[in-house]
Unconditional design. Structure first.
Length: 135
């Protein structure tokens, strides 16, 4: 919906005020920043709850390169923060379409982090269960 508003604004086919568009994009940036903070928290939670399991299964994790590991995702929120900083700069330049693209990119990074954390948690739960059942 916001992309349609931006496209109409940038093509001049709408009477929408530039400040209104800027405000809407700024709101999306704030939402994305909240998502980044949430991703950091999720990573922090999984790192404290699975450290022992991750250590004991590190050889298994390294053999399965498609399985995400905590170390492979821990820097992604910082990467998302860099992208959202670029979005802020583009917003300042009134390049709303490019800013929205950066917001979308940020949200994809955050979604990937959240999905990878779920995979890590499920992998650890399975590993923990199989380790306990073999004792």
């Amino acid at each position: 919906a916001l992309s349609v508003i931006i496209n109409k604004y940038e093509s001049g086919s709408s009477s929408i005020d530039g400040n209104d568009v800027a405000s809407r994009v700024a709101d999306r940036i704030k939402e994305a920043e909240g998502n980044i903070a949430g991703a950091n928290k999720v990573i922090q939670n999984v790192s404290t709850s699975t450290t022992a399991i991750l250590t004991s299964t590190s050889s298994a994790a390294s053999s399965a390169s498609t399985t995400p590991t905590l170390s492979s995702i821990k820097d992604q929120p910082q990467a998302a923060q860099v992208v959202i900083t670029e979005a802020k700069s583009l917003l300042d330049q009134k390049d709303f379409s490019a800013a929205l693209e950066k917001i979308t990119e940020t949200n994809k990074i955050v979604s990937t982090v959240e999905e990878n954390v779920r995979v890590i948690e499920n992998t650890n739960a399975t590993t923990s269960t199989s380790t306990n059942s073999s004792l």
